[in-house]
Unconditional design. Structure first.
Length: 283
């Protein structure tokens, strides 16, 4: 089974960083699901959150900045039996990886995307990220960020994502429950995880979030798209966490008969003569 302890290897994260709690929640979730290391692939790009594959006993892949989704998608298409999870930060996922984020929602490949959203670029010393609030002061933006903050969960819902949720790194019980639902969802699942950066974000602190986050009411209907969009726009004094939107729809593999009904591509025989013929055309 996946190793649940986080003391077996030293991390590069600062004491108090929400990434450690997210890692622990992820390990406990995979154990609860009964996953074995060879059944799981964790993919990261560049950033503090993207170091997650290095601290968990599963298959791992660390790619380029903003480029975590393409190899994750390729791996899932090649091996539909693999549980593929992407762990990235807000800058990695929504900044450098913004186009991949948008078009993977449209493609709806069956992967789970956990975004550690600390509203700054934590690896490169705290510059404003796509989700930083207007006026957020950093060493690079001494007069405050002038850009309108991106609302990733609202964007995902409007693009047609079938599973969109928000969690808070300090609320591990709720985070685990959302992770379980996201991994079990068939299709692209986004979980934006509010994760304070204790070193570079002195505004959106643990206490700041604790004073604002609230769990969606048990009567909340995640199938109501208009209500989900309205809820996704709540930010400031009240910030909702939970599954905002859920819709079952055909995912990428289901749309292609040779992927849906055939064996995983990784198990198919390779016709080297045919491949050589294709390659020779480009000589």
């Amino acid at each position: 089974m996946v190793d649940c302890s986080i003391s077996t290897s030293e991390t590069a994260w600062c004491p108090g960083c929400g990434d450690a709690n997210i890692l622990l929640a992820l390990k406990e979730t995979l154990i609860e699901l009964g996953k074995k290391p060879h059944q799981v692939l964790i993919v990261g790009g560049i950033g503090q959150a993207a170091k997650t594959p290095q601290y968990i006993n599963t298959n791992g892949f660390c790619g380029l900045h903003g480029r975590a989704l393409p190899p994750a998608i390729a791996a899932k298409i090649a091996n539909k039996e693999m549980t593929v999870i992407v762990d990235t930060g807000d800058g990695d996922a929504y900044g450098e990886g913004g186009n991949h984020f948008i078009h993977n929602v449209r493609r709806n490949v069956d992967i789970t995307h956990f975004v550690h959203d600390n509203q700054v670029y934590g690896l490169t010393k705290g510059q404003a990220s796509p989700t930083s609030d207007i006026g957020h002061v950093t060493a690079v933006q001494p007069f405050g960020s002038n850009n309108i903050p991106m609302n990733p969960i609202l964007l995902a819902i409007t693009l047609g994502a079938g599973f969109v949720a928000r969690a808070f790194s300090n609320d591990k019980a709720t985070l685990k429950e959302i992770m379980l639902q996201a991994i079990n969802h068939k299709g692209y699942a986004l979980v934006d995880i509010l994760q304070p950066c204790v070193s570079f974000n002195k505004i959106n602190t643990h206490q700041w979030y604790k004073n604002r986050v609230y769990m969606l009411d048990k009567n909340y209907d995640p199938t109501n798209k208009l209500k989900a969009m309205e809820t996704a726009m709540e930010w400031g004094d009240k910030i909702p966490i939970g599954v905002l939107y859920r819709e079952e729809k055909p995912h990428y593999t289901d749309k292609l008969d040779f992927l849906k009904n055939g064996k995983p591509l990784v198990d198919c025989e390779i016709d080297l003569d045919r491949i050589s013929g294709f390659m020779n055309e480009f000589k």
